[in-house]
Design a protein around this ligand. Structure first.
Ligand code: AMP
Length: 126
């Protein structure tokens, strides 16, 4: 299975420093920044620095160092934002992929959303 990565996607431009971002955390292999169109008091996007289209691409081809760094970065963002479930009120992680997932930006990103009750997981089908 070949994945095609578009180097002109907006998160690739953020990683190259071509457009600004509101950074929450930067690690060796990951970057976390605030979503430009926040849906809740906490809405942070965590992305790997590597060229991965979506979660299944990352899971298949990322190095173990990249995967560990990314997962720990997501957890650290939860702590930084005060939503981690051991101390805060919790959060939701979302990783949209492809057409059915309604993914807008074709670079893996996990949404960390919290700070309010988020409602049921999915709206009614339609
Ligand atoms: P998705 O549908 O999962 O691909 O969502 C992409 C997300 O990226 C949306 O929530 C957008 O608001 C967000 N987004 C798009 N451009 C930027 C940007 N330049 N900086 C921060 N977030 C962005």
């Amino acid at each position: 299975m070949a994945y095609t990565y578009d180097d002109q996607n907006v998160f690739a431009k953020i990683l190259r420093g071509e457009i600004p971002n509101d950074t929450v955390l930067e690690t060796a292999h990951s970057l976390a920044f605030r979503d430009i169109n926040a849906q809740a008091p906490t809405h942070v996007l965590v992305i790997p620095k590597g060229r991965y289209v979506n979660f299944d691409h990352f899971a298949a081809e990322a190095t173990e160092a990249e995967i560990v760094d990314f997962i720990r970065a997501v957890g650290e963002v939860c702590r930084i934002e005060g939503v981690a479930a051991d101390r805060g009120e919790g959060y939701r992680l979302i990783a949209n992929a492809g057409r059915h997932g309604v993914q807008e930006v074709p670079h893996l990103h996990v949404h960390v959303i919290g700070g309010r009750v988020l409602g049921r997981m999915l709206p009614a089908a339609g």
